[in-house]
Structure formats: structure tokens, C-alpha cells
Design a protein around this ligand. Structure first.
Ligand SMILES: [Zn+2]
Length: 78
């Protein structure tokens, strides 16, 4: 029986949510860079999304708390 080989990406690239990928963010690193770019206006949003565990937030306070508690980059979505 022939080996079909290993899908390297599945093991080495951390998964991000469909919503993040729709924005062109394919890895956690991409998301972190996007969050850095959002930093000046990040606190003024009303919709936030964590692409790592696919959780949504409706205020910056809980989004920031999630970033600190779980070390996930949370994107502002609005
Ligand atoms: Zn998360």
C-alpha cells in the first residue's frame, strides 16, 4: 500500500478561525501582526473575535481580559 504522505501544515501551523482566514490571516503570527496594527484604535471597537479559540466579545474590556488570561491575540472586527 502506498503512503499518502503527511500533511505538514496540519501539524506545524497553528489553526486560526475561518473568520480570520477570510481576512487573509492564515496563522497566529498573522493575527498578532494585525492586532499590533490595530493597536492605536483597538480600544474603540464593539466587536472582537479571538481566532485561536473562536470566541467573540462585544467590548474591549473582556477582549483584553481574554488576551491577558489566555495569551490569545484578539482582533477588533468592526
Ligand atoms: Zn482565545
Amino acid at each position: 500500500m502506498q503512503s499518502i504522505g503527511r500533511v505538514v501544515d496540519a501539524d506545524t501551523v497553528p489553526r486560526v478561525s475561518q473568520r480570520a482566514r477570510a481576512l487573509g490571516l492564515m496563522s497566529v503570527t498573522d493575527v498578532k501582526l494585525a492586532v499590533l496594527r490595530q493597536q492605536p484604535v483597538w480600544w474603540h471597537g464593539s466587536q472582537y473575535h479571538c481566532p485561536v479559540c473562536e470566541t467573540d466579545f462585544t467590548n474591549p474590556g473582556s477582549a483584553a481580559a481574554h488576551t491577558i488570561a489566555d495569551q490569545h491575540p484578539v482582533l477588533r472586527m468592526d
